[in-house]
Ligand binder design. Structure first.
Ligand code: C5P
Length: 224
């Protein structure tokens, strides 16, 4: 079973993907990590993140091992990493260079320890539209800008990252705009995606809502 979950930042995709991975024994691919890795590598190398040639070179050299190393860096999950990811991911050739690695994951999905999984759950912006257009079930998870900014602000505070709600809101607005207006794979729901608005849902409600939809849509029609 392949499930895709797309949507804007802090909409609740990661929480949901992790829960579905556990519930259905699916390997989890957080596709934002590869764009964060390429973006942060550019920043650490002192390159301008909008330099297409350098970004393509960096994307072509990116390996799973280097991505894992970079994921431990303090700026990987910060706004510096998020903005850099958003900028490199707007470059069409960079997306193309990173596509096969994402698609290959669905051919024989495994957990981190090498155990085979029952399938994969992808989390990103274009996983239902570009990466896995034939996924068994697609979700587009969203929430209002203010709710998402407040969630991200609280996450930063909990991690001891100094910022303000206004700054997080401003950065999120800029990232949403860039992600949805770019020419290459803009953020939008796949035609066959199910939209889930989590603005007024807590984590448990979100997870249960989606599991109920999966049970109804997939298992009741015995598609698998
Ligand atoms: O999901 P996350 O916030 O980690 O993603 C970081 C950035 O990577 C996003 O803002 C987006 O610009 C980019 N991204 C993308 N396509 C994906 C996943 C992430 O363009 N499939």
């Amino acid at each position: 079973m392949i499930i895709t979950i797309d949507g804007p930042a802090a909409a609740g995709k990661g929480t949901l993907a992790a829960a579905l991975s556990k519930h259905y024994r699916l390997a989890y691919f957080d596709t934002g990590m590869i764009y964060r890795a390429v973006g942060l590598e550019m920043v650490l190398s002192g390159f301008c993140v909008e330099d297409e040639e350098k970004a393509l070179e960096t994307a072509k050299k990116m390996t799973f091992e280097r991505m894992m190393e970079l994921s431990a860096h303090k700026d990987f999950r910060s706004d510096i990493g998020g903005q850099a990811a958003s900028k490199v991911s707007a470059i069409g050739s960079v997306r193309q260079a990173l596509l096969k690695m994402q698609q290959d994951f669905s051919l024989s999905p495994t957990f981190a320890d090498g155990t085979p999984a029952n399938g994969a759950v992808y989390d990103g912006r274009d996983t239902g539209t570009v990466v896995c257009p034939n996924a068994d079930i697609k979700f587009f998870v969203t929430a209002s800008l203010e709710v998402r900014a407040m969630r991200r602000f609280k996450e930063f505070v909990a991690k001891g990252i100094e910022t303000t709600y206004e700054k997080v809101l401003e950065d999120m607005l800029a990232r949403d705009k860039r992600d949805s207006e770019r020419a290459a794979a803009p953020l939008k729901p796949a035609k066959d995606a199910i939209i889930v608005d989590t603005s007024e849902m807590d984590e448990q409600t979100e997870i249960q809502t989606v599991i109920d939809i999966i049970e109804q849509k997939i298992f009741s029609t015995k598609k698998l």
